[in-house]
Design a protein around this ligand. Structure first.
Ligand code: ZN
Ligand code: ZN
Ligand code: FE
Length: 761
């Protein structure tokens, strides 16, 4: 007869709070195994005793069918002496010093919970905080690990007998679901006015009525407050824009389900998958919403609109009751962080919201909605937060513990440990104290959750970024070494790490602004790069940025910079519509700024070239949000036009310099010749793709490196990305693009962290 054996099985990954232990329990019973299972700070530890064949099938079943929201990273199996257990049990969690666990992101409501809240005979009928081990809040309520209710903001709610029964029943979907709650024992909704007075009645019904009347509501969600209004009501959307001080930047819209989404947008199979995924991000979709009843003011002058589906029971119930699409935008004024606490929201949002739909479950970490899009049939993240962070990016090497502080706009930071790069959720534009505080708090939280004490601090080379100053202070206080990282090098390495590539690449880093090694503002860069360094092989020709920041906000200044460079004083007599309403005094001033080099730093920025063309075409003279001029230029482009304009590649001290004088001249001629903006924009996009192909071809030949990585905010332009990939691939070049990490500055911190590990010296 075969003898009983014993094994210790350690499973690492996202294995807590996702129904892992009950599954282990059931599989153990099914395979006649005895022993126990418990969570530790580092893994799920299983001890099983039984016949070797049974143990093998136990492991195989675990591997083949793990709980839907879990992610197994490794399973280690060790032989053990047999102790002779009598049954199988789930034991208390254990804390192990210095070990760490992955933390699950928040997960959109699962279909089982959804059917409960819409079923009158269920005790959670209409209950907005329904969740289970497959769905609900996670990261936003976790204060410490291991993931037990006592370490979450659900601690203050004592479960009623019925909830306790579910929580302790291994066969129940809510077994050890830490946020488990019901109408009797769990969090509750309330509606208040801006003075903090309660409004009596059913909060959801009142909220729905207010929204239908065109009111603006601040609604407390998973990771903070969202501002909501009726997306079909022009007046309401306009009012929200005015109060929030948001001119044109598109709002995201929540619709009741995938069928409704299809009424407003063209949706591909991949986009549908993304919309309905457990991460439930905002997806940027081809917009035909305003011709189907949605207000044009939701996403003016763009071809894409951000749509998301309800991701909490609260949202599902609200959408059902209002029966219309709702604008859902972060609860803040312009670029401040999203408001999270009830008191805080009242203070900060009382000038915006007419009423507040609040609840008493505290939010531990601010967590914005993620934004993603599908390009070339692949999902690409644009803003990485809810549903994704704090799940790590996997490194191909074992890293030192590093804190990388990221860039300035769209900041996120990155903490590394072993093979994990914990790229934080989107923090925001580090330009005010509130955002800096959010940045500092979140760093503290990640350090606590993942037990990371950084040994090295990485930061952008820009001396004035708040993130750089924070890095220098932190390093000084703790006696740590600092590694400054060039902005575009970080972009390219972030793209390499996103693709698990370690060998050198030719990096094409196109964005708006990045501090260059020569003090100029870079942004149209071709680098030979790997994890340890880079060489600038080619870049766009330097042109003055007249007025610095003023030129970024007013694209017509950039257009004038190009015109003065090419036409000199003849610019004043050019026959261009965009010059007709130009202010002659300001033009003179700009001319002087450029001539005398007063506050007119040199830039090789690709983003600024898009701005210039957008202004030349009279599409966008002044910009209200980052990238607007380029977004609107892309929006008008005739995508059937594939022939570019001329450009020139010069050599300066062994570096290729791309001049766009010929491009701008041709555009000016086309405008004068009455060629429509759609055609000119199409040709301009084709030109940039041509430039990338021509330069990369030369560099591939010279370096024998056949991989090209595309990174930087400019590569959020789908038309450009699609064209570029097509050209490069048909030229036999392998192209790396971003997927899990944003191409914009939200991905910089990952690149910094990787580089800092390799230039340790
Ligand atoms: Zn559920
Ligand atoms: Zn209960
Ligand atoms: Fe950048």
């Amino acid at each position: 007869m075969e003898t009983i054996q014993a094994r210790k099985v350690c499973v690492r990954g996202v294995v807590q709070g996702v129904g892992f232990r009950p599954l282990v329990y059931q599989l153990a019973l099914r395979n006649n195994l005895k022993g126990h299972v418990f969570n530790t700070s580092g893994d799920v530890t299983i001890t099983v005793e039984g016949l070797s064949g049974d143990m093998e099938s136990f492991i195989n079943q675990l591997r083949a069918n793990p709980p839907p929201q879990s992610r197994i990273e490794s399973i280690d199996i060790e032989e053990q002496p047999v102790e002779g257990f009598q049954g199988f049990e789930i034991r208390e969690s254990r804390i192990r010093k210095d070990e760490y666990q992955l933390v699950s992101p928040d997960i959109a409501t699962c279909r089982f919970c959804l059917s409960e809240i819409f079923n009158e005979s269920e005790r959670r009928y209409q209950y907005p905080f329904t969740n289970c081990t497959n769905c609900g809040p996670r990261f936003t309520i976790i204060e410490d690990m291991p993931y037990d209710r006592g370490n979450t903001t659900m601690r203050r709610f004592t479960m009623c007998p019925e909830c306790s029964r579910e929580y302790n029943d291994t066969d129940n979907r809510r077994f050890h679901a830490q946020p488990n709650a019901c109408p009797i024992c769990g969090p509750a909704l309330k509606i208040i006015d801006p003075s903090g007075n309660d409004v009596t009645g059913d909060p959801l019904a009142i909220a729905a009525d207010l929204l239908k009347q065109g009111r603006i509501l601040a609604i407390k969600g998973l990771g903070g407050f969202l501002l909501a209004c009726d997306a079909t009501d022009d007046r309401a959307v306009d009012l929200l824009r005015k109060r929030k001080k948001r001119g044109f930047k598109p709002f995201a819209v929540m619709v009741s389900g995938i069928e409704e989404a299809k009424r407003y947008c063209d949706i591909s199979r991949e986009e549908e998958g993304l919309l309905t995924s457990p991460q439930s991000p905002v997806v940027l979709l081809k917009n035909r919403a305003s011709s189907n009843g949605m207000s044009f003011l939701v996403a003016p002058n763009t071809i894409y609109i951000g749509i998301m589906l309800p991701y909490t029971p609260l949202h599902h119930l609200l959408l059902e009751k209002t029966a219309r699409p709702l604008v859902m935008t972060s609860g803040n004024i312009s670029e401040e962080p999203i408001a999270a606490g009830n008191e805080e929201a009242l203070k900060r949002l009382s000038g915006i919201a007419d009423y507040f739909l609040i609840h008493n479950r505290d939010i531990c970490s601010r967590y914005d909605d993620s934004v993603a899009m599908v390009v070339n049939h692949k999902a690409r993240i644009v803003r990485r937060a809810r549903g994704f962070a704090p799940y790590p990016i996997h490194l191909t090497y074992i890293s030192a513990s590093i804190l990388a502080c990221g860039a300035e706009v769209k900041n996120s930071f990155c903490l590394t440990r072993e093979t994990h790069a914990f790229l934080s959720q989107h923090i925001g534009d580090l330009e005010n104290l509130e955002t800096l505080e959010h940045f500092e708090d979140t760093i503290r939280l990640y350090k606590t959750l993942f037990h990371i004490e950084p040994e090295i601090i990485a930061h952008d080379m820009h001396p004035d970024y708040l993130s750089t100053r924070y890095a220098l202070d932190f390093a000084k206080t703790n006696g740590l070494r600092c590694v400054p990282v060039q902005h575009h090098h970080a972009h390219i390495v972030s793209c390499m790490a996103d693709n698990g590539v370690t060998e050198p690449v030719i990096g094409v880093a196109f964005d708006g602004t990045g501090y260059g090694e020569d003090g100029a503002i870079w942004g149209g860069e071709f680098l030979l790069a790997d994890y340890s360094g880079f060489k600038r092989l080619a870049h766009f020709e330097y042109v003055p940025l007249p007025g610095g920041k003023a030129a970024i906000e007013r694209p017509y200044r950039m257009a004038l910079s190009y015109l003065f460079k090419i036409f000199g004083d003849d610019t004043f007599s050019l026959d261009l519509p965009f010059l007709k309403n130009a202010d002659r005094d300001e033009m003179d001033l700009i001319r002087t700024q450029i001539k005398r080099r007063i506050n007119a730093p040199y830039t090789s920025s690709c983003g600024r070239l898009f701005d210039a063309v957008s202004a030349l075409l009279n599409i966008r003279r002044e910009s209200d949000y980052e990238g607007q001029a380029a977004v609107e230029l892309e929006a008008v482009a005739d995508i059937s036009v594939d022939k570019g304009y001329p450009f020139e590649i010069m050599e300066e001290k062994g570096i290729r310099v791309v001049s766009f004088d010929g491009t701008v001249k041709a555009i000016v001629e086309d405008i004068a010749g009455g060629i429509p903006a759609s055609e000119i924009s199409g040709r301009f996009h084709a030109t940039i793709a041509d430039v990338i192909l021509t330069v990369c071809r030369g560099l591939v030949e010279e370096t024998k490196i056949e991989k090209v990585a595309l990174s930087g905010g400019v590569f959020q332009n789908r038309l450009l990305v699609e064209r570029t990939i097509k050209r490069l691939e048909s030229g036999g070049i392998t192209v790396l693009t971003h997927h899990d990490v944003p191409a914009n500055d939200g991905g910089i911190a990952l690149g910094q962290a990787v580089i800092a590990n390799y230039v340790r010296g």
